[in-house]
Design a protein around this ligand. Structure first.
Ligand SMILES: Nc1ncnc2c1ncn2[C@@H]1O[C@H](COP(=O)(O)OP(=O)(O)OP(=O)(O)O)[C@@H](O)[C@H]1O
Ligand SMILES: [Mg+2]
Length: 270
């Protein structure tokens, strides 16, 4: 492809508060999202579009603002300025609970799973199914098995296994399955394969593809460009707090991605 890598609709001329330029077919759109931590401007007027049913890879060097951006999406902190649109409608999500109500689920590296509980208990943590006020273990177990089956998670032999005994990739799968069971429409993952070996990485990448094929939007941060080119439909590159480039994966190759990560610009065409 000879098209140079372009910045998606910078919308520099769109007035603050206006929804001009927001594509309602996008599940999530950010416009002009800015975040300051004292003197540090971690995000500088970020415009990002995340479509349903696709994997968007968020890449960039250490300190580029990737985690800050996903935390702004997940409601962990409020942007200093800018707007969030959910299916074309402006939304204000000030807390993780509000974001989760929309269908935004974040799978962090520490995963927030309880090692001393089994898989079923972890899937339902805080949301136990009750039947006549009695914890309905059979339903919970069946739904857990079904969700794992739907996601083609086949390496877990029993849903009664303690989570503390699972491999890193399996833990990651349980955390994702939990999000899916709670009807997540956008699953955000911060470096899901960073601590994983080859086989487990392959499992998680395949899970990411399965999520997208089920119509879920996946926003995944990764430093591993091989993984990125294997799973991503779209790429978004952060450089020193600015979203310097975004678009379909076909607009990029390894060289242009590295250029953008390290210098914020590229003269190469993919
Ligand atoms: N809570 C905070 N307080 C102050 N500064 C912060 C805070 N969180 C992040 N920053 C700063 O914001 C900038 C972006 O950090 P962020 O964690 O988003 O980077 P990142 O792209 O996720 O990097 P990495 O790849 O290393 O995880 C950095 O300069 C960082 O020091
Ligand atoms: Mg980070």
């Amino acid at each position: 492809m000879s098209e140079p890598v372009a910045v998606d609709s910078a919308s520099a001329d769109s007035a603050a508060g206006s929804d001009i330029g927001v594509d309602p077919s996008m599940l999530l759109s950010l416009r002009g999202v800015t975040k300051r931590f004292g003197a540090v401007q971690a995000l500088k007027r970020v415009d990002l579009d995340v479509p349903a049913g696709q994997v968007t890879a968020l890449i960039g060097d250490n300190g580029a603002g990737k985690s800050t951006l996903i935390k702004a999406i997940a409601g962990i902190w409020e942007p200093s300025s800018g707007e969030k649109y959910w299916m074309g409608k402006k939304v204000d999500t000030h807390t993780p609970k509000e974001a989760s109500k929309l269908g935004i689920a974040t799978v962090y590296q520490d995963l927030a799973l309880c090692d001393n509980l089994d898989i079923v208990a972890n899937m339902y943590l805080g949301y136990e199914a009750t039947k006549f006020d009695v914890l309905d273990e059979i339903t919970m177990e069946k739904r857990t098995q079904q969700t794992l089956r739907d996601l083609s998670v086949t390496t877990v032999s029993s849903v009664r296994q303690l989570v503390g005994t699972l491999s890193g990739g399996q833990r990651q799968s349980i955390a994702v399955a939990r999000a899916v069971m709670r009807d997540a429409k956008l699953v955000i993952m911060d470096e899901p394969t960073a601590a994983l070996g080859v086989t487990q990485t392959a499992q998680v990448l395949s899970l990411i593809k399965t999520l997208a094929s089920r119509g879920i939007a996946v926003l995944v941060i990764s430093h591993n460009l091989n993984d990125v080119f294997e799973v991503a439909d779209r790429i978004a590159v952060m450089y020193l707090g600015t979203l310097v480039s975004s678009g379909p994966v076909g607009n990029y190759d390894m060289n242009s991605a590295v250029d953008l990560i390290t210098t914020g610009t590229t003269s190469r065409a993919a």
